[in-house]
Design a binder for this molecule. Structure first.
Ligand code: PLP
Length: 422
């Protein structure tokens, strides 16, 4: 099965997938670890990722044991700020009316911050929706997508949907930054280049000058899509100024990460008005996807104008990340250096899924494995106490062979992850 078929088959729910004729023979019993490994190997062979599915609409999915520490979805354990919560409480009673105030006020604040003219930024319920629109409105059967490897799966998935070729370009193995020269050389006329900065899953940074170089050297007719979902955790400069300069650049930002509003849903797409207008070639009207709730917009506005929030949370994340990396070093575990986000990747020297399942048995849900780095697992930075639970469980799991139960292996497909509804 190639990546495209693998992806389209996993659009089905797990139960439907199991019922489908193509896997009928494997569906007699719960899928074995060997089966899961085979699927991962198939996907890996074709450059794709195994596709964990967790449809939050499905009330029958198995849940992790009560009390399990969830550090698998790059969420923020601190949740919304006090200022966001106060705004939600204050404005929820006005929610019987359509919003006439908060979205506009939020767009004004962010436009002023980056010197953007009107019409260069839109507010959405999260950034995943507009990310799809940015990708899909620029790629297609004759317009490939060039992306990093490993990267956030939404890029290659959009390529599957649009029947566009997805061209993975490995991250630089010394610095773990995007290889922008390799990306440029990968195809003479792609529709889009997708850069996640800091990258998900490695948490590593691509210097701004590399992105500027790609923007200045890329072929005409293509766009550079920069996903800054984790930007606030880093000490890097944004590339939103390239949007203000009318370059072929679309930038995505979210309130799901440092602002702790993953379930509340708010995010931005920045781009030249003509690039944003192209979104409507994918969705009939921005209103369908872009209709952010009044309370989410009010919470977004309160978060943006809370000047202490980002520096404080960046420091909290950095301190906990540094403590955890010091723990890994003390015990001689190899990890990908240079992470500047709320995640890191550690080498477990065996198939990552085994460790993921064994950790779940210890009631710690850690993140998934990418085919490009099959012995690494991604771990989200939780609270200090959650990371203590991680350390205890990790030492136990790593001290012997992982022998996860079939039930825990089955649960891997249901571990919470950030590809929410994707
Ligand atoms: N982009 C990246 C790199 C992500 O990791 C995520 C979610 O984790 C998203 C986009 C989408 O996030 P949301 O839709 O919650 O804004």
């Amino acid at each position: 099965m190639d990546f495209q078929k693998f992806c389209s088959s996993s659009v089905l729910s797990r139960r439907n997938f199991l019922r489908s004729a193509s896997v009928a023979s494997a569906a007699v019993a719960l899928p074995s670890f060997a089966h899961a490994q085979a699927a991962a190997a198939q996907a890996a062979a074709s450059g794709g990722s195994p596709r964990p599915r967790r449809n939050p609409d499905d009330w029958e999915i198995p849940r992790e044991a009560p009390g399990t520490v969830i550090i698998s979805s790059n969420e923020n354990p601190l949740g919304p700020s006090a200022s966001a919560l106060a705004a939600i409480t204050k404005y929820a009673p006005t929610g019987g009316r359509y919003d006439r105030e908060h979205s506009g006020a939020t767009l004004k604040v962010i436009s002023e911050e980056f010197g953007l003219k009107k019409g260069y930024v839109r507010l959405y319920p999260g950034s995943g929706g507009p990310l799809d629109l940015a990708l899909m409105s620029n790629i297609g059967p004759d317009k490939p997508l060039v992306h990093g490897d490993p990267t956030y799966e939404q890029g290659p998935r959009a390529a599957v949907t649009m029947k566009a070729k997805a061209i993975p370009v490995a991250l630089d193995k010394k610095t773990w930054k995007y290889d922008v020269k390799g990306m440029l050389a990968a195809h003479p006329s792609p529709g889009a280049y997708y850069i996640v900065n800091p990258n998900n899953p490695t948490g590593t940074i691509t210097p701004k000058e590399d992105i500027v170089w790609l923007v200045n050297n890329k072929p005409a007719g293509s766009v550079v899509i920069v996903d800054e979902a984790y930007h606030h955790f880093s000490n890097q400069e944004s590339v939103i100024d390239l949007v203000a300069q009318d370059k072929d650049v679309i930038v995505l930002r979210t309130f799901s990460k440092i602002y702790g509003m993953a379930g509340i849903r708010a995010g931005f797409a920045f781009g030249r008005p003509d690039l944003l207008a192209k979104f409507e070639t994918i969705t009939a009207s921005d209103r369908q996807i872009g209709s952010i709730s009044l309370v989410s917009a009010a919470a977004a506005h309160a978060s943006l104008t809370d000047k202490d929030l980002v520096p404080l949370r960046r420091k909290i994340n950095r301190d906990t990340l540094d403590d955890t990396l010091a723990f890994l070093e003390k015990h001689n575990y190899k990890y990908i250096p240079g992470a500047q986000a709320n995640m890191f990747m550690v080498d477990v020297n065996r198939p990552g899924r085994e460790v993921q399942a064994a950790m779940l048995q210890e009631k710690v849900a850690i993140g998934r494995v990418w085919p490009a780095l099959p012995t690494y697992v991604r771990v989200t930075v939780g609270t200090p106490s959650e990371m203590k639970s991680f350390q205890t469980a990790f030492l136990k799991v790593m001290s012997g062979p992982s022998e996860p139960t079939a039930a825990h292996l089955e649960m891997l497909d249901h571990i919470p992850h950030e590809l929410y509804r994707a």
